[in-house]
Write a protein that binds this ligand. Structure first.
Ligand code: NAP
Length: 281
């Protein structure tokens, strides 16, 4: 069996073409005003700086603008909250991205939750999470929402399937599990205290790896015909799942790179355009 490659890169490129048209229409209807995403980077972590740059570049590709806020490594929670408040009140800013992780002294949860719901285009607030969980309108957390868009884009059947999510972080594993549940999958969530991880993974019709450890999930734990989604990305182009031995015996898989990563950024941009459409009318 040759597996279907869930090509996030080409799906993202296709969506960018559509988004460019939506942005052009917004500009035409609003005196040339382009939608604006504010990115906030606190501290000089090189990986975070690269992710923010990639998000700003994606804005440019579809004709959006970005406000790049860079704050010092020793920024306090109060200073960051004040900056978020300023952006909440700025009518020219349609979406706010606070790059995770922030330095240790910052109460990241408080800062995420200070983002106005209408501008929470990265889907990080508790309010947005709760609304998403209840199947109410909300911007989903960008990585799991991007994964759902890949699964839907490739018409992967989720209803009644056993989905196993390895990882339960607030921005990835936990919202992922609820999104799959809302798509009528039967969901198992695994984490660092889970016992018998290989046995649970063996039951997965759909497996999502979001562990943060290179090739932690072994190919031999995964059953033939599964749909495999690898959210991890590590230096050297490896993910959280040992993918190479699987490509001839699973039904479908996301490549690393070129799978989940491009769809995460694309989802942020898609949700920013949607927020601007709501705000600009
Ligand atoms: P995280 O906050 O570090 O969470 C890791 C999760 O894995 C935790 O829930 C942890 O369990 C669980 N875990 C750790 N060791 C485990 C073990 N031995 N067995 C089972 N579960 C274990 O990471 P994250 O932010 O969710 O990111 C996960 C991965 O996705 C990383 O590789 C990251 O690079 C990648 N990522 C990619 C994108 C993208 O755009 N492509 C975006 C975000 C993240 P506990 O809760 O019990 O500690």
């Amino acid at each position: 069996m040759s597996a279907l490659i869930l090509d996030g890169k080409s799906l993202a490129a296709k969506t960018e073409a559509e988004l460019s048209q939506r942005v052009a229409a917004l500009k035409a209807a609003n005196n040339g005003q382009a939608p604006i995403l504010a990115t906030i980077l606190v501290g000089g972590d090189p990986a975070s700086a690269t992710y923010v740059k990639m998000k700003q570049n994606a804005c440019k590709r579809v004709g959006m603008e970005s406000i790049a806020v860079e704050m010092a490594h020793d920024t306090s929670t109060e200073q960051l909250l004040a900056k978020i408040e300023e952006l909440n009140n700025n009518p020219d800013c349609h979406g706010i991205l606070l790059q995770h992780p922030t330095p240790k002294q910052i109460d990241e949860r408080a800062c995420f939750d200070a983002i106005a719901l209408a501008k929470d285009v990265d889907g990080v607030t508790c309010l947005g999470f709760g609304r998403m969980a209840m199947n109410e309108e909300a911007y989903g957390s960008a990585t799991p929402q991007g994964i759902m868009r890949i699964l839907e884009g490739y018409a992967i059947d989720m209803s009644g399937k056993h989905a196993v999510v390895v990882g339960r972080s607030p921005i990835l594993g936990k919202p992922m599990a609820l999104m799959l549940l809302n798509a009528n999958a039967t969901v198992t969530i695994c984490h660092s205290k889970t016992q018998n991880l290989p046995e649970l993974i063996k039951q997965a019709d759909i497996l999502v790896g979001a562990v943060g450890r290179p090739e932690f999930i072994k190919a031999e734990w995964i059953k033939d015909g599964a749909v495999v989604v690898d959210a991890g990305y590590h230096p050297g182009g490896v993910g959280d799942i040992e993918l190479a031995p699987l490509v001839d015996r699973v039904a479908a898989y996301t490549p690393v790179p070129g799978g989940v990563g491009p769809m995460t950024i694309n989802t942020l941009i898609l949700q920013s355009v949607a927020a601007a459409e709501k705000s600009l009318g």
